[in-house]
Design a protein. Structure first.
Lengths: 376, 387
């Protein structure tokens, strides 16, 4: 279940095409399986996203997909595979490599009532179009006092892949998450991917949907409910992936998997960790996070993005504001290193959180004040 | 096209004025020659002869007089600090939006940058909505939350009102994309200035519009100055109607409302069949770039007064009306007085309109707020739940 398979994506813009030369597979552990509803089907995140797009396009003729290679190439990461054949070139629109242009065209079409799903090949390229995401999309409903809403979704891989270097590895969660008027979603599992993408497409406001390239090939069990075409997850609600009582670990996207593995390791040391899958950066589910910290009294935040002004900083501030009296230790942040991403494999490994970083921070948080009494 | 007056008087009292004068001539066609011929790029330009009628001629005069009055009044309001922030005035350029409206319907879309007050009026917005918005009051078209640069009128397909130079052009191509997607018989006019004409995103959007045959008409309102920079200092090629390369273009005298009308009619027919076209409107703004710019450090007062003498759009229509004996000088002066009166009344009414309720700080952040919490500056002091 935690197989990480690197898929060959065919040299799209110099991004990772590692082939199948490295596979890391962990045996599923019973304590983790129990958190998923009894599932008969497994689905990759890629298929989850594809099926969500397919279903929403079938349900609403105003939904269309636009971006580079989304049509004839079947998607740079094959997320839009098969959609061109099914819906035709009017609804699956290949664009030139002109992000500012097509993001603007997408937003303009949303002004006039269409529901575009704009793909950025990675969110690094969204910086070319960021004015449209923020000034043209996010702020319009406010500036027009409700006349012009923008039902658009901007989606694509976010954060680091593997060995793609400094310009292709940044996480944009904190930047987009700070903008009022946007909703920012961060799916982890296939169920997250399906439910949140469907919710995003149906939402009348602009949604930034941050995926992760390395999760595309990962398989997760999906319940029958999640497979239904009406399935939708609420926006702004985090999910408690693993219940615990000693510390709270918040994470999103790929880091949820790492946090869960860290939790297994911590369990052996008698630390019972609660892992929260944020699912949504904006709105941030402060209620769930604070309720958890009030229960466990300790918090470690995990993210891949740059540490300064990051998501962990916001979560820490929120907890300090609302639950200060409940904290038994200062909040710990585990984040990407404060450097542009290096290419060399050993340096890159140092640049992004590893499971041992989460474990170490969690232990620090536990031994900072009084040693844990009951560890069994 | 009596737009603003509907909010003040019943229509009968105003149009009765015209009925007395124009008993037999209301529907008779008049042919007017444009001031100069059109220049085409990759297209056959339309004829210089434009058909019109007395009603239209008078409505051009009335509408432009109202727009002119509104902008001049806004100048005073800004100087008395009732309007804050940015205020970009359109006086001198009125013929562009008035001529355009005469050629299109309210289902054709218009999008422009920040010099949007008169275009809003042309789309059917009222003087009250305009002045109240400028003064940040509840009766404003954006309930006081947008300001000068963010006027919208969605029911008339006017999509703003944009502060970022050039952004409106891809947005306009997006409106055209939606029109084509829905197989509508309508077009979009995406307006921009000579300053924005050099923006990369414009060429990105134009390329896609041409690739996909979108019914997009790019209208460059070339008033020859991008803020304080003259066109020859900003553009290697200031022939903006040619900058589309493979996209046809037309150069139009933007101070001649009939030239604008003819060009927009031509462009609409073209765009529905063949995709995008560029219209370059040769126009002029009497004010500086905005109220913070005196407008005289980078151009001479002689130049400004010269244009006012030779090319003023309202004067041109006045001369046409008098030449065709459609009204007397006094009647035209009365129309201008009436415009002044309406503007003054609208300002008085706008001043009565209250500032938005404090709770409005938190409204319209989202169309669907999901019950999420939002914060004021001191979050322990002020929080709100977004509906």
């Amino acid at each position: 279940m935690f197989g990480i398979v690197r898929q060959n994506v065919g040299g799209a813009r110099g991004l990772s095409s590692q082939g199948l030369n490295s596979m890391v597979r962990l045996r599923p552990i019973a304590s983790v399986i129990r958190n998923y509803s009894s599932a008969t089907k497994e689905m990759t995140v890629r298929d989850a996203l594809n099926s969500a797009l397919d279903e929403e396009m079938a349900a609403d003729p105003n939904v269309y997909v636009m971006g580079e290679e989304v049509g004839e190439y079947q998607g740079a990461y094959k997320i839009t595979k098969g959609l061109l054949d099914k819906y035709g070139p009017e609804r699956v629109v290949d664009t030139p490599i002109t992000e500012a242009g097509f993001a603007g065209i997408g937003v303009g079409s949303a002004y006039h009532g269409l529901r575009p799903v704009i793909e950025f090949m990675t969110f690094n390229f969204s910086m070319q179009a960021i004015d449209h995401v923020i000034n043209s999309a996010a702020k319009s409903n406010y500036m027009s006092a409700g006349q012009i809403n923008v039902p658009i979704v901007f989606r694509g891989p976010n954060g680091p892949a593997a060995g793609v270097g400094a310009q292709h590895s940044q996480c944009y969660g904190a930047w987009y998450g700070s903008v009022p008027g946007l909703k920012v979603l961060v799916p982890y599992s296939s169920e997250d991917a399906r439910g949140l993408l469907k919710a995003a497409i149906r939402d009348p406001d602009p949604v930034v949907f941050l995926e992760n390239e390395l999760l595309y090939g990962e398989s997760f069990p999906v319940s029958a409910e999640a497979l239904d075409s009406s399935f939708c997850l609420p926006i702004g609600k985090a999910k408690i992936e693993r219940e615990g009582k000693d510390i709270t670990i918040t994470a999103f996207s790929k880091m949820v998997g790492y946090a869960l593995k860290a939790a297994e390791i911590l369990e052996k040391d008698g630390i019972n960790a609660e892992v929260i899958n944020l699912r949504s950066i904006r709105p941030l589910d402060r209620a769930t996070i604070n309720a958890s910290v009030r229960k466990t009294n300790r918090l470690v935040t995990v993210e891949e993005g740059f540490p300064q002004h990051g998501i962990g900083a916001e979560i820490c501030a929120s907890v300090v504001e609302d639950s200060f009296g409940y904290l038994d230790a200062p909040v710990e942040r585990v984040a990407g290193a404060d450097v542009p991403t290096p290419y060399a494999a050993n340096l890159e490994r140092m640049a992004f959180p590893q499971i041992e970083d989460i474990v170490r921070a969690a232990k620090r948080v536990c031994y900072r004040s009084v040693p844990l009494a009951a560890t069994a | 096209m009596a737009f603003a007056r509907r909010s003040f008087k019943p229509i009968s009292t105003t149009t009765s004025f015209f009925r007395r004068r124009l008993l037999t001539t209301t529907t008779d066609d008049i042919t007017v020659e444009t001031s100069v011929p059109f220049t085409g790029h990759n297209c056959e330009p339309p004829s210089r002869s434009v058909s019109t009628n007395p009603k239209e001629l008078l409505s051009f005069f009335t509408d432009m007089a109202l727009m002119r009055r509104m902008e001049i009044a806004a100048d005073s309001l800004y100087k008395s600090k009732l309007i804050r922030g940015f205020c970009h005035l359109y006086d001198g350029q009125e013929a562009v939006c008035v001529g355009m409206e005469a050629a299109i319907t309210k289902k054709d879309c218009i999008i422009t940058a920040y010099r949007d007050h008169c275009i809003f009026l042309g789309r059917g917005g009222t003087l009250l909505e305009s002045f109240a918005e400028l003064m940040g009051r509840q009766a404003g078209c954006s309930k006081g939350k947008g300001g000068s640069m963010h006027f919208y009128k969605k029911d008339a397909c006017f999509f703003g009102g944009h502060g970022i130079v050039g952004a409106q052009v891809p947005l306009g191509c997006g409106l055209a994309f939606a029109q084509k997607f829905r197989k509508e018989d309508h077009v979009t006019f995406a307006m921009y200035g000579d300053g924005a004409a050099n923006q990369g995103q414009l060429f990105e959007a134009l390329n896609m519009a041409a690739l996909w045959d979108l019914p997009a008409i790019l209208v460059c309102e070339n008033n020859h100055y991008g803020m304080g920079t003259a066109e020859w200092r900003a553009a290697k090629s200031p022939a903006y109607y040619k900058r589309g390369d493979y996209v046809p273009g037309l150069k139009v005298d933007g101070m001649d409302a009939f030239a604008v009308k003819q060009a927009c009619k031509f462009a609409k027919e073209h765009a529905l069949k063949n995709g995008p076209i560029i219209l370059e409107m040769d126009t002029y703004r009497y004010h500086g770039h905005s109220m913070s710019d005196p407008g005289s450090t980078y151009r001479t007062r002689d130049e400004i007064s010269g244009v006012r003498q030779e090319r003023d759009p309202i004067e041109r229509i006045r001369k046409l009306i008098l030449a065709h004996d459609l009204a007397t000088e006094k009647e035209l002066k009365d129309i201008e007085k009436q415009a002044r009166k309406e503007v003054d009344e609208a300002i008085a009414q706008a001043k009565e309109s209250p500032m938005p309720e404090e709770s409005e700080l938190f409204t319209n952040v989202y169309r669907k707020g999901l019950g999420v919490e939002s914060f004021g500056t001191d979050r322990k002091e002020l929080r709100a739940t977004l509906p």
